[in-house]
Design a binder for this molecule. Structure first.
Ligand code: PLP
Length: 396
């Protein structure tokens, strides 16, 4: 059966991913099972989406409740779950208004448009430039891709949108050289995900804020991966002392359902008028009801406190693994978001880990990326450490 499914995908699905030779059927918390009955510890969470793990009781209940209500009405009409989700996101962040969409890419695409419009209203026709950073990942559509640094992702599709510049991440002098009076927006991940799990320096983010203020440009935080509890705080930029004008969210917000959000301050909200931006599916009552449930879990102080204390336990566990192998040299990250620097291609380790019942991710060529569910417990962290160590012993 497994081989049949793989053959069908090979024949009918566009080959834009290389997938491992098994097929998943069900999940439970931190665990996921394939058709051959193998059990894997899921330390990737479907790329930071399943923050509450698989089959979280509150999420399953919310889906069942939502199925009894309206699934879709379009954005032409009011619904309660939509209003409530916007309220909770704004009341728990810097933001005054929210706009919903269907993915992280789409959230960034919207942020680009908002920045362009804001600068047309508050600046002039020349104020169109967007600045992004080395190591960035903001998505794959033409606008978001224009701000994604990796050459391999960009080159086949050029020319991308105009008016974009790249500066070096965590290098304020480089940012200063790129940001000027023609800049409308500066987009940055407070902790870069795909680019290698690299936290921004506090001084770097604070410096970007000053440069944006000086040149009348918007500061945009892409928290699609690092936001919503991933760092042990609700927002990735919390603790940095720097506030953006726009923040984009997606991955974990819908508990596995597709939803993204663009949060904005009053100044940005002022320039957006009816007809300026839209989406047919976004912010529907079904997905918003589920997202409200996910958010209610994550924003609880005791939930975040547990993520923080289990993060310390995870860090100790990973440090022990690193100390016992020559294949890993260092680690960086925060909360439940860690990059382990490897001396061999990271995909070799990821592939070997399947044999040991462990799902891990990579970021770039030589970084192992760990994004376990925020709900992972200490016993599972022990198992993660053991399986990772066994993987490193048998790889190559
Ligand atoms: C995943 C990701 C995106 C793109 O989100 P999609 O939902 O895949 O479109 C954008 N920015 C960051 C930081 C991401 O990690």
């Amino acid at each position: 059966m497994t081989q049949e499914i793989i053959n069908l995908e090979k024949q009918y699905v566009l080959h834009t991913y290389n997938r491992p030779p098994f097929t998943f059927t069900r999940g439970d918390g931190t665990w996921i099972y394939d058709t051959d009955g193998n059990r894997y510890l899921d330390a990737g969470s479907g790329i930071a989406v399943n923050a509450l793990g698989h089959q979280h009781e509150a999420v399953v209940r919310a889906i069942k409740e939502a199925a009894d209500g309206l699934l879709h009405v379009s954005n032409l009409y009011h619904t309660a779950p939509h209003a409530k989700l916007a309220q909770t996101l704004c009341e728990s962040s810097f933001a005054d208004k929210a706009f919903f969409c269907n993915s992280g890419t789409e959230a960034n695409e919207g942020a680009i448009k908002f920045a362009r419009k804001w600068a047309k209203v508050n600046g002039n026709e020349q104020k169109i430039e967007l600045v992004a950073f080395s190591g960035s990942f903001h998505g794959r559509t033409m606008g978001a891709l224009s701000l994604t640094s990796r050459e391999k992702y960009r080159a086949p599709f050029e020319p991308l949108i105009g008016g974009t510049r790249f500066a070096t991440f965590n290098d304020l002098a480089s940012a200063e050289a790129a940001i000027n009076d023609q800049t409308c927006g500066v987009i940055v991940e407070p902790i870069q995900g795909e680019g290698g799990v690299t936290p921004a320096n506090p001084k770097f983010l604070a410096g970007l804020r000053q440069l944006c203020n000086r040149h009348n440009a918007l500061l945009i935080f892409d928290e699609v991966q690092c936001g919503l509890g991933r760092t042990g705080q609700l927002w990735g930029h919390q603790g940095y002392g720097t506030t953006p004008d726009i923040m984009t969210l997606a991955k974990p917000l819908g508990g596995g359902l597709p939803i993204g959000a663009i949060l904005v301050n009053e100044s940005v909200a002022q320039v957006m008028q009816p007809g300026d931006h839209a989406s047919t599916f976004a912010g529907g009552p079904f997905v918003c009801h589920v997202a409200n449930t996910v958010l209610q879990q994550i924003i609880k102080p005791e939930f975040l406190a547990r993520v923080q204390s289990n993060s310390l336990y995870l860090q100790e566990t990973l440090k022990r693994v690193i100390s016992k192998t020559s294949l890993l040299t260092d680690m960086r990250g925060k909360g439940m978001m860690w990059g382990l620097i490897s001396t061999i291609p990271a995909t070799e380790i990821m592939t070997e880990a399947y044999q040991h019942g462990l799902l891990i991710l990579v970021a770039g060529d030589n970084i192992i990326r760990l994004l376990p569910p925020l709900t992972i417990c200490r016993e599972e962290i022990d198992t993660l450490g053991q399986r990772l160590f066994k993987t490193l012993e048998t790889v190559g």
